[in-house]
Ligand binder design. Structure first.
Ligand code: NAP
Ligand code: G4F
Length: 342
């Protein structure tokens, strides 16, 4: 019998890679997408058109993680072997502007799914994966951060994910559900949302290269991130649900660079020569003719910043036999090449 997976957040970056991964492993994949006024299935349309849909191994449902009845009905009807909760308002800066909705989707969303598993008496059948985040470490700047590092979230997003983290542990301990948290550091790809900094830099500099944009405006250039490739990270999610016991694990590359150095790498890849001048909000990168290529705009600064994220995923390497396959330079090449040909 084929295994059934239910993915909340199927239309997102990770949802699309995970669906591809599970379909290759011969799962029947059910995905939950939101109704939106414009089409939001761009990342999964290629899967939908492949034979999977004809064979009924890739099935989409409308739904919203804030709708308990819907969540319970889907869990009850599908009775999945594995549930991946990737649905979230996932933008840290947006969470400052929309904190209540972020809590509803990102914190209570997890509770709704776990309650549905319990309510439908699927505790012994359905395994649950919670999309945790390195944002949980937030203002704890002691690096590298591993499974023992203290949480100190620094945004409504981080705080909502902290609830999701603990409710996952609580349902595992109270009801014996196979439930685990992947504490994933930043991961990117050509499918990354356009308002996250890596994709924003890649798309902005590609447009500048094609003379379709003059200047790219950014926020804090000195935040450090540990950036991996989303395709590698969805494999780790799946591996976590294949273990004998549920265990929470940090997933990261173990390398970090600043946003500014990410800009430098993309500029180099595109053969755009830039020279940095000034400080703080006045810092900018100019080209050899003095044209401003990068400038800072306070719109993109956050009320609180997470300055320093660097993961230690030795435990995941040991338990899952997982390690990232794609390094940062190859990730940037993939993103830039795709964008230049888009
Ligand atoms: P993403 O591209 O923003 O995708 C989020 C998904 O959640 C989208 O499919 C989105 O639907 C859906 N969604 C949002 N609100 C929803 C709601 N109310 N009901 C149902 N679906 C909803 O994020 P991602 O990068 O793939 O990340 C996947 C998960 O991992 C998220 O939970 C994120 O917080 C977490 N995470 C991400 C990273 C990272 O670096 N990428 C690191 C750690 C943790 P629409 O397409 O309709 O917007
Ligand atoms: O790309 P970002 O928006 O990602 P952030 O805040 O690290 O969050 C991402 O990773 C988390 C895991 O650590 C996930 F949980 C979360 O869902 C999301 O996927 O920003 C990265 C850094 C920040 O320090 C930000 O202040 O880049 C800085 N930055 C500088 N200029 C900018 C910009 N960020 C954005 N989005 N836009 C800018 O113009």
């Amino acid at each position: 019998m084929k295994k059934k997976a239910l993915i909340f957040g199927i239309t997102g970056q990770d949802g699309s890679y995970l669906a591809e991964f599970l379909l290759k492993k011969k799962y029947i994949v059910h995905g939950v997408k939101r109704r939106s006024s414009s089409i939001n299935t761009g990342r999964i349309d290629h899967i939908y058109q492949e034979p999977y849909t004809k064979k009924r191994t890739f099935i989409l449902h409308y739904g919203d993680i804030t709708d308990s009845l819907l969540v319970t009905r889907l869990v009850n009807e599908i009775k999945p072997d594995e549930i991946y909760n990737l649905a979230a308002q996932s933008h840290v800066q947006v969470s400052f502007e929309s904190p209540e909705y972020t809590a509803n989707a990102d914190a209570l969303g997890a509770l709704r799914i776990l309650e549905a598993i319990r309510f439908t008496k699927l505790e012994n059948k359905t395994k649950y994966y919670q999309a945790g985040t390195s944002e949980l470490f937030g203002r704890n700047e002691k690096t590298p951060q591993n499974e023992k590092a203290n949480f100190y979230p620094a945004s409504p997003y981080g705080v909502a994910k902290l609830y999701a983290h603990w409710i996952t542990i609580n349902y595992k301990e109270a009801y014996n559900i196979f439930a685990c948290n992947g504490v994933l550091f930043n991961h990117e790809s050509p499918r990354r949302g356009e308002t996250f900094v890596t994709q924003k830099i890649v798309q902005g500099l590609c447009k500048i290269k094609k003379r379709k944009q003059n200047t790219l405006y950014l926020g804090n250039l000195y935040a450090k991130r540990d950036w991996g490739h989303a395709r590698d990270y969805v494999e780790a999610m799946w591996l976590m649900l294949q273990q004998k016991k549920p265990i929470d694990l940090v997933i990261s590359t173990g390398k970090q660079i600043t946003v500014k150095n990410f800009v430098n790498k993309v500029a180099r890849k595109l053969n755009i020569k830039i020279f940095w001048r000034g400080k703080g909000l006045n810092e900018k990168a100019i080209d050899k003719k003095g044209k401003v290529i990068i400038a800072c705009d306070k719109t993109y600064y956050r009320p609180l910043e997470v300055n320093n994220l660097l993961g230690d995923s030795r435990k995941a390497k040991k338990i899952l036999n997982w390690k990232p396959k794609v390094n940062l330079d190859d990730l940037i090449s993939e993103m830039v090449n795709l964008e230049m040909n888009r």
